[in-house]
Design a protein around this ligand. Structure first.
Ligand SMILES: Cc1cc2nc3c(=O)[nH]c(=O)nc-3n(C[C@H](O)[C@H](O)[C@H](O)COP(=O)(O)OP(=O)(O)OC[C@H]3O[C@@H](n4cnc5c(N)ncnc54)[C@H](O)[C@@H]3O)c2cc1C
Length: 427
């Protein structure tokens, strides 16, 4: 049986972090001609560890990137919760805490996908789309860039993250509800200091005033990752300010945060990869335009926030399904949009559910509240750290898999038949 070749159908992908290049990776394999436009002047650095699991790992295996991913694991050894004075209340190893076996820096993940796509995809840095004109009858999308360039593509894919502007230009913002979850987050790199406590751990310091600081090892030569979070039931607009103002705000809010805050503030001015966001979930009732020529993917379509721990996995698996449906229905983009929804929305809806009490339980106003929270973490640590639980856990998992094989079976559809094996035909 032969399948229609998608060759020479052109696709513009806006956003070059995770979801964008993951979609390009697959579209290239099916014979589409892909271009990625990334607003940043280079591959965007920054961010802390993200982990890959479940359908995310299944997508990675399909991409044959298991080894490339493993080579980039940060090697973080576990998670430790402390108070301001570095008294540890909970210490758990990999797999029993926030630290998973598959921790990789977001920037390293983006770089891995860049390396995998750069030969076939045209990458444009430092530009962005300013208007989108979808011409359904002609079966094309006309796009204008900030640089003044105008181009026509067969498809447009928006992978610009939760605060996507292109989503608006493509008239898909009307289907999106942005639901704040009540906290600010910032990530940045600082120089590594030998004296760093819990230096191979994800070290989370709970502070009164509904704040926390954290440090994570990146196992790079001279750096480590710092981060902060603080509760705010509404946006104060900090996320729209310049990095200089954002740094000043972080220094002000954490001025009394003890030695861990002092270390972070000391280096804050030097950091050139600050990521500062007021966290919110993206709930979109529709991911594609009526014609099926414009699609949303990744955080632009379904951001769950780092609190669900699935952002990266959802992006690469969702990208796989979107590209697969586009190849499957190359002659009918509307059917592709339908297939994308049907195959992927149920997983997204499930994944977006925040665990009870998250994030608010982490943010305590008083010293006393922080103590209660840390003592709860200490009990959690005792239970999950106990030899009994750690011995019994894998046994229960094994029984579970035997009883319910469908729950642990592969979850992603198969699109192998649309891959063009002959690279010369593809290019
Ligand atoms: C710098 C950075 C650091 C992050 N750090 C973490 C972290 O530590 N932990 C975590 O869980 N998640 C982090 N995230 C979010 C995480 O990457 C996503 O949740 C997830 O991987 C989905 O990725 P995405 O590609 O859909 O969106 P994102 O990763 O948000 O990427 C969107 C990309 O689109 C680009 N872009 C934005 N607007 C435009 C535009 N108008 N035109 C063209 N390009 C545009 C951005 O520069 C970015 O490269 C970070 C994201 C970024 C951008």
């Amino acid at each position: 049986m032969t399948f229609p070749i998608a060759a020479k159908k052109s696709v513009l992908i806006s956003g070059g972090s995770i979801a964008g290049p993951a979609t390009a990776f697959w579209l290239n394999k099916y014979g589409f001609k892909t271009t990625i436009v990334e607003r940043w002047h280079e591959l965007r650095p920054g961010g802390q560890s993200v982990d890959v699991n479940d359908y995310g790992m299944e997508a990675i295996q399909k991409m044959n990137l298991g080894k490339a991913l493993k080579d980039r694991f940060t090697g973080e050894k576990g998670t430790t919760f402390t108070d301001k004075n570095n008294k540890a209340y909970m210490q758990l190893p990999i797999g029993y805490s926030g630290t998973q076996e598959t921790e990789i820096l977001r920037g390293d993940f983006a770089d891995m996908l860049y390396q995998e796509t750069k030969d076939e995809t045209e990458w444009i840095f430092g530009d962005y789309i300013t208007s989108v004109n979808e011409q359904e009858a002609a079966g094309m999308v006309e796009v204008e860039f900030n640089s003044g360039k105008k181009e026509v593509y067969d498809y447009l894919i928006i992978a610009e993250g939760a605060r996507s502007w292109g989503r608006k230009a493509a008239s898909l913002d009307q289907y999106v509800e942005y639901k704040p979850i009540g906290c600010y987050v910032a990530y940045f790199s600082i120089p590594f200091e030998e004296s760093t406590p819990f230096r191979d751990q994800w070290h989370i310091v709970a502070l009164p005033g509904r704040r926390c600081i954290y440090y994570r090892p990146d196992f790079k030569a001279n750096t480590q990752r710092a981060g902060i979070m603080f509760f705010s039931n509404e946006s104060k607009g900090y996320e729209k300010q310049s990095p200089e103002k954002q740094k000043a705000k972080i220094a002000e809010i954490f001025a009394d945060g003890g030695e861990n805050a002092d270390r972070m503030i000391k280096y804050l001015d030097q950091s050139d990869d600050l990521y500062f966001e007021y966290l919110g979930q993206v709930h979109a009732s529709k991911w594609s335009s009526d014609s099926g020529r414009v699609h949303l993917v990744g955080d632009a379509a379904w951001c769950g926030t780092p609190m669900i721990g699935m952002g990266c996995s959802l992006s690469i698996a969702g990208a796989y399904i979107l590209a697969g449906e586009m190849a499957k229905h190359i002659d009918d983009p509307k059917l592709a949009a339908k297939g994308y929804e049907e195959n992927w929305r149920p997983t997204v809806l499930e994944a977006q559910k925040l665990p009870p009490g998250i994030p608010h339980i982490m943010f305590q106003e008083s010293e006393w509240g922080v103590k209660v929270f840390l003592n709860i973490m200490s009990v959690v640590g005792f239970i999950f750290g106990s030899r009994l639980v750690r011995a019994v856990g894998p046994i229960i998992e094994g029984i579970w898999k035997r009883l319910f094989p469908s729950l642990s079976a592969n979850k992603l559809p198969v699109y192998d038949q649309y891959i063009i094996q002959d690279e010369t035909v593809r290019k």
